[in-house]
Design a protein around this ligand. Structure first.
Ligand SMILES: Cc1cc2nc3c(=O)[nH]c(=O)nc-3n(C[C@H](O)[C@H](O)[C@H](O)COP(=O)(O)OP(=O)(O)OC[C@H]3O[C@@H](n4cnc5c(N)ncnc54)[C@H](O)[C@@H]3O)c2cc1C
Ligand SMILES: *[C@@H]1O[C@H](CO)[C@@H](O)[C@H](O)[C@H]1NC(C)=O
Ligand SMILES: *[C@@H]1O[C@H](CO)[C@@H](O)[C@H](O)[C@H]1NC(C)=O
Ligand SMILES: *[C@@H]1O[C@H](CO)[C@@H](O)[C@H](O)[C@H]1NC(C)=O
Ligand SMILES: *[C@@H]1O[C@H](CO)[C@@H](O)[C@H](O)[C@H]1NC(C)=O
Ligand SMILES: *[C@@H]1O[C@H](CO)[C@@H](O)[C@H](O)[C@H]1NC(C)=O
Ligand SMILES: *[C@@H]1O[C@H](CO)[C@@H](O)[C@H](O)[C@H]1NC(C)=O
Ligand SMILES: *[C@@H]1O[C@H](CO)[C@@H](O)[C@H](O)[C@H]1NC(C)=O
Ligand SMILES: *[C@@H]1O[C@H](CO)[C@@H](O)[C@H](O)[C@H]1NC(C)=O
Ligand SMILES: *[C@@H]1O[C@H](CO)[C@@H](O)[C@H](O)[C@H]1NC(C)=O
Ligand SMILES: *[C@@H]1O[C@H](CO)[C@@H](O)[C@H](O)[C@H]1NC(C)=O
Ligand SMILES: *[C@@H]1O[C@H](CO)[C@@H](O)[C@H](O)[C@H]1NC(C)=O
Length: 538
């Protein structure tokens, strides 16, 4: 890699961009995107021109669609970018930022494309996509227990890379192997190792970014304020993340997983009630989540019920796991036969629901996760829900499911452990001590019909409204990585700050104030703006 920070390189880049900006300002038949392209001078640069896709390009549609994970945003009505820039070199990222900025074009940055609301590739303003998919190298240093990972790599590629070098190391990030490093880690990022080690963003030691002026920085040159903000505050309000330096964490050579289910008739309510007390407080090496699925056709007689699946991950062997569960949660009746021992890297396949025996190379496949139409939402729970409350929730869920045309379930993810120990101000991610669990509401369907979509989403919003008595208030906290446009209006005009405060407090609580100040420092003209970005406030 040529040194993008060298003074000479920057001088050349600036000169080159200035010349072309001048020449295109003189050009009368100009549109922002033409000016942008002239500014990049892409026609005379074969490497760059190969990374640019205009709507007329034969591959424009396939590149655009390749990482759209929510079919709702594949529709013809979804507004399209005026160009996709998928650079292979860091100075082309710099050029894209400078030329977009100089021509008043907004950019949307995409790495893995898993944003729940598609904010990395759709907007109602004129925009270009800066697609980081070609930045995907992973360089693992097992001796020093660190790695450099580029933004466009996936979690699966990282897990595969770690597993290839060590059975004793891991990285505490999310479940789905096709999720992109760029969006995931800057939004916090959590998985089965959260109670033991905290979030992915708690294990960042350095980063390479391109700022709003097109300059390249590492941690030292960006400063601690900005480095704080991009750990949990989302990258896209502040900079283009090019790569992260992460700390690996240690795991046992053998881990154990299980998945046991109970219906209401089999005592699910008592078990979930007790689970709330156990899961956030038990051994930190045990991550025990619950998946709650209403079954409207659950029994042979068609009785409606609900199934609670207790899905466990344990850092250790099954004998030890069974004895921990026997002591704290005997009602689960966990047996050795329920438990499966494997390497950590193999456990990532189990959680991604691949059948037993699937080779780990499947982690390198970026298209294993089949897109569906979906809407997910989130909530934080601070107080135990009573059995009476649980019964009400089950009834509401079964009712909602009866009128939803698709799949609907909740996942309850315990907090506690290391999450209680890390101060709320440590990084921008604020949801720490005091949370019992995080709820994810998951609704998906297959019918390509806007009425079904409207109807389903309406049911989910009503269900979410009815959950208010059981979850956090003032603000009703929301997890940034579970992006949700419902929680605050899209800021557009002078009222932008007032509106941004609504979603800002839910995602970041009081850390929002510091985020707006960092933003004012590093991007006062608000170049890195998008539908749920952080506005600059001094
Ligand atoms: C199937 C599935 C499973 C998931 N499981 C988990 C889980 O277990 N744990 C968890 O924490 N989350 C999980 N998520 C949520 C996921 O972490 C977020 O959607 C995350 O933002 C995705 O990152 P991405 O790069 O794939 O997404 P993108 O859509 O590319 O980006 C998401 C956001 O980050 C911004 N961004 C992306 N790349 C960059 C960059 N290089 N620089 C600056 N900004 C950037 C985008 O502009 C956008 O705002 C899951 C999502 C899905 C769809
Ligand atoms: C664009 O506008 C439509 C119609 O108002 C809205 O449904 C959609 O969510 C908006 N898109 C974004 C990315 O805000
Ligand atoms: C570990 O880090 C040290 C100090 O940065 C470095 O000198 C050494 O080469 C690294 N080890 C490996 C295997 O790269
Ligand atoms: C690591 O990857 C290399 C190259 O794909 C392969 O030959 C080797 O067997 C792998 N090693 C392990 C331990 O998975
Ligand atoms: C309910 O179960 C019956 C019998 O097993 C099956 O025919 C029917 O398709 C199921 N309905 C739904 C909505 O799953
Ligand atoms: C179904 O419901 C009926 C009536 O409530 C009940 O008698 C029966 O035991 C239930 N069946 C099952 C399999 O739970
Ligand atoms: C656990 O079991 C439930 C119920 O069968 C299933 O829906 C879920 O996908 C399983 N989870 C995992 C991680 O295997
Ligand atoms: C990746 O997974 C998808 C979905 O399972 C499959 O269709 C495709 O063939 C796989 N690609 C490779 C290269 O294995
Ligand atoms: C929605 O949430 C569920 C539960 O956590 C998760 O498994 C699923 O992958 C999410 N759905 C999508 C489409 O991202
Ligand atoms: C959607 O609903 C409207 C009004 O109820 C109806 O006119 C239209 O035919 C429906 N569309 C589809 C595809 O079902
Ligand atoms: C923003 O301004 C536009 C035009 O100036 C106006 O049409 C729109 O209603 C305003 N939106 C809000 C949320 O105030
Ligand atoms: C970060 O947010 C937490 C939770 O709202 C708050 O307690 C803390 O004071 C905030 N820190 C800063 C530096 O704003």
């Amino acid at each position: 890699m040529s040194d993008p920070n060298s003074a000479k390189f920057r001088q050349l880049l600036t000169l080159f961009i200035t010349l072309f900006s001048l020449s295109c300002r003189a050009n009368s038949q100009s549109s922002p995107v033409n000016n942008f392209l002239h500014c990049l001078n892409y026609e005379s640069n074969p490497v760059l021109s190969r990374s640019i896709y205009l709507p007329s390009h034969p591959h424009f549609q396939s590149v655009l669609r390749s990482r759209i994970k929510n079919l709702r945003f594949l529709s013809p009505e979804t507004p399209k970018p005026v160009a996709i820039v998928a650079p292979t070199l860091i100075h082309h990222v710099q050029g894209a930022v400078i030329c977009a900025r100089d021509n008043g074009l907004q950019i949307r940055i995409r790495s893995g494309g898993h944003d729940y609301e598609g904010l990395s590739y759709r907007s109602n303003v004129t925009f270009i996509i800066l697609d980081m998919l070609n930045f995907r190298s992973i360089d693992i240093d097992v001796e020093n227990e660190t790695a450099w990972v580029e933004a466009g790599a996936t979690l699966g590629e990282l897990y595969h890379g770690i597993g290839n070098k060590s059975n004793k190391h891991a990285f505490p990030s999310g479940i789905c192997p096709t999720v992109g490093i760029g969006g995931h880690i800057s939004g916090g990022g959590y998985g089965n190792l959260m109670r033991k080690y905290g979030l992915a963003a708690d294990h960042l030691v350095d980063a390479i970014i391109v700022d709003a002026l097109g300059n390249v920085h590492d941690r030292a040159s960006m400063g601690e304020d900005l480095f704080w903000a991009i750990r949990g505050g989302g990258g896209a309000s502040f900079a283009v993340i090019v790569s992260w330096k992460i700390n690996l964490v240690r795991v046992t050579e053998t881990v154990t997983v299980f998945n046991v289910s109970f219906t209401l008739e089999q005592g699910a309510t008592d078990l979930v009630y007790k689970w709330q007390q156990i899961a956030p407080n038990i051994d930190e090496g045990l991550y025990l989540k619950v998946r709650l699925t209403p079954l409207i056709n659950g029994t042979s007689r068609g009785n409606k019920t609900l199934k609670a699946s207790f899905v466990g991950f344990f850092l250790g062997r099954r004998d030890e796991l069974v004895s921990i569960i026997d002591k704290s949660f005997p009602e689960l009746k966990l047996t050795k036969d329920d438990c499966h021992e494997m390497r950590w890297v193999e456990s990532t396949l189990f959680y991604a629901r691949f059948p037993p025996g699937t080779p780990v190379d499947v982690l390198l496949n970026r298209t294993t996760w089949t897109p569906v139409f979906f809407k997910n939402k989130s909530d934080y729970v601070k107080n135990l829900i009573t059995k009476q409350g649980l019964n009400k929730i089950w009834k509401m869920m079964i009712d909602a499911r009866s009128s939803i045309r698709g799949k609907f379930y909740m996942e309850w993810n315990p907090y506690g452990g290391k999450m209680n120990e890390i101060p709320e101000s440590d990084i921008a991610f604020p949801h720490r001590k005091g949370n019992v669990f995080l709820i994810q509401y998951a609704l998906s369907w297959h019918e390509d019909d806007s009425n079904v979509s409207f109807h389903n989403i309406d049911k989910l919003r009503k269900f979410y409204a009815a959950m208010a008595p059981y979850v956090s208030k003032d603000p009703r906290e929301t997890f940034l990585n579970y992006r949700d446009l419902d929680i605050g209006k899209n800021p557009s005009n002078e009222t932008r700050f007032e509106e941004a405060k609504v979603y800002g407090r839910k995602y970041f609580m009081d850390n929002f104030t510091r985020l707006t100040k960092v933003k004012a420092m590093v991007d006062p003209s608000d170049f890195f703006k998008y539908e749920q970005s952080i506005p600059p406030i001094n």
